[in-house]
Write a protein that binds this ligand. Structure first.
Ligand SMILES: [Zn+2]
Length: 343
């Protein structure tokens, strides 16, 4: 070890490799190498990091995979120059909010193979984060603040205990790869279609029964979705009584429709009523007739064949959620939307 340290101390090196040296603590001489930018400490038995690590003000990469850390050491929160942090295969259970707060420049964070149950909302401080990997942990939920990581291009949450994801995920517009396999997801966030750069999606081994609205608009090149509980297309006849809409819904549909006409009184007056404007913003429109509705719709499904050039595993068509305005619409001929029956 002395040889490697000496070489870095007196040479031009800015990288120190102390991988697999049976180290239990970071040797003190390391803190004297002020120009150090890469420190590799993988495959050792390190269980804590000393405060002196702060003196490495140029440290950009820190490799601590395969060690014995039980939490994110507090000193990491002071390493503001850090861009890549690897902490895979430790025994980390807690991610302290204070540590997240200091890692503004982090681009890669790898926490694979630990025992993390939750992430703090302070994760929002990692503005520049592009790769976040938490493969094989015990996450039961992720905070809504994840949506504030707008530089994120790759997110790996494979093999956790997630039963849902925050709706805010659609704000991560740079996402190109999203790995969610082997969780307990029953649905994906609506609005996920807004991820206009998403190319790879892995949701294999979950409990999904359909994909969210407009899912087929995603520019996916690779979709892994085997081992879910997708609704199957087994058409059967059903008798429906025409729905009776509430007065609120009827008025809302009228207002939403009128609001589309620039010259209408409703369109001109609506901006003067902020509460009504906010309510109207929650409206959506029928996929079939394109007419608006507010809070009452028919939940339907259509079956989409993914693009021919898309890499798919096992499934040929995928069910995608669709919202229709009425039975009248559903009962018209010549479309491929189905109502959903449970048995
Ligand atoms: Zn309709």
């Amino acid at each position: 070890m002395e040889k490697s340290v000496a070489r870095v101390l007196y040479g031009q090196g800015t990288s120190l490799n102390l991988t697999s040296r049976k180290i239990k603590a970071v040797p003190e001489c390391v803190f004297r190498i002020k120009k150090l930018s890469v420190l590799q400490l993988n495959n050792n038995s390190i269980s804590a990091l000393p405060a002196e690590l702060r003196s490495l003000r140029r440290l950009a990469e820190l490799h601590l995979g395969n060690n014995a850390l039980k939490e994110l050491p507090a000193v990491l929160g002071h390493l503001e120059s850090l861009k890549k942090l690897y902490l895979f295969s430790n025994q980390i259970t807690v991610v302290a909010p204070e540590v997240m707060g200091g890692l503004h420049n982090l681009v890669v964070l790898n926490l694979n193979h630990n025992q993390i149950q939750r992430l703090p909302p302070e994760i929002r401080s990692l503005h520049g984060l592009q790769h976040l990997s938490l493969l094989d942990n015990q996450l039961e939920e992720v905070p809504a603040e994840l949506g504030q990581l707008t530089s994120l291009t790759e997110l790996n949450l494979t093999s956790n205990n997630l039963s849902g994801l925050p709706q805010q995920l659609y704000q991560c517009e740079e996402l190109t790869k999203l790995y969610l396999a082997r969780n307990k997801l029953t649905s994906l966030p609506e609005g996920i279609w807004a991820l206009r750069k998403l190319q790879v999606l892995d949701v294999a081994g979950n409990k999904l029964f359909m994909f969210p609205v407009r899912f087929h608009l995603l520019p996916l090149r690779e979709l892994h979705c085997e081992g879910n509980r997708f609704v199957r297309c087994e058409p059967m006849s059903a008798v429906q009584d025409a729905e009776v809409l509430s007065l609120k819904e009827l008025v809302a549909r009228f207002v939403l429709l009128e609001d589309r006409i620039r010259s209408s009184l409703v369109h001109r007056m609506l901006p003067h009523y902020p509460a009504l404007t906010a309510l109207a913003a929650a409206g959506s429109c029928c996929e079939l007739c394109l007419n608006p509705f507010l809070t009452t719709w028919l939940e339907c499904v259509h079956f989409i064949s993914p693009k021919k050039d898309m890499k798919m595993t096992s499934v040929r068509v995928v069910p995608v959620r669709a919202l229709l305005c009425s039975y009248k619409c559903l009962n018209t001929q010549g479309h491929s939307y189905y109502g959903i029956a449970t048995r």
